[in-house]
Design a protein around this ligand. Sequence first.
Ligand code: PMM
Length: 285
Amino acid sequence: MGPFGAVRGLPRLDRTQVMGVVNVTPDSFSDGGRWFDPDAAIGHGLALLAEGADVIDVGGESTRPGAERPDTAEELRRVLPVVRALAATGAVVSVDTMRAEVAAEAVAAGARLVNDVSGGLAEVEMLATVADLGVAYVCMHWRGHADVMQDRTVYADVVTDVLRELQDRIERARSAGVQPDQLVVDAGFGFAKTGEHNWELLRRLEELEVLGVPQLVGVSRKRFLGSLLAGPDGRPRAPDERDDATTALTTLLAWRGVWGVRVHSVRASRDAVAVVQQLQDRPSG
Ligand code: PMM
């Protein structure tokens, strides 16, 4: 993989980008509502920036299997103050939303990247909105909202099926006017995928390179890591105790040259990226 592709409006780095997660939600699986209060969320974003985050991803909707959706007004209420405050520091801020209106308002508040886990499927207006906004766009592989996604895990071959579906999303984005340098793709780990699907995608991630688009990987604290690390009683390891495994994956992904990783524990992943960079003779940055 690599070289590390240029994405519109974002600094070009000679290494894997580290995106830090700020979930302004009452019910995310990974951090259980700790940053639901806007001031707490802003403080957490600043802490992640101090740890070396290249991008802060602010989301107001939990995508946990079975989660209920907030309405648009509530989602705006959650994310806008956080996006505004973090963008005002000069940080690169991403908004994690499936709604065109939230994307547009967040960009007006200073966001430079729209992270749409539905890849344009949740709202038809999203792709044209992103084309108009002219900002970077993460197009993720997705097969339905949280209430149904775990019923949609049938693949003939998960890698070739995800590849084909992502190709279709990219073509739709391009037809709506999204330019090639706006695009980042994401295989959507844990979204309509079993644990074995996630591992197979990770083993064969290079196959998605034919898309010719920088790739973001979001595996941090996900359930398949909890299952891998289950205790003798068979119970999955708790989400906040999955960071070491997450960092192991960051190391491997950085070694393979992925464009970016989306993680909760930023410092550990930044350190892993620095180690890889040093070993690959690309010190600095
Ligand atoms: N995962 C979650 C939310 N947003 N966005 C992208 N691009 N990729 C992901 O894998 C992804 C995402 C769900 O996890 P969280 O509770 O850690 O936010």
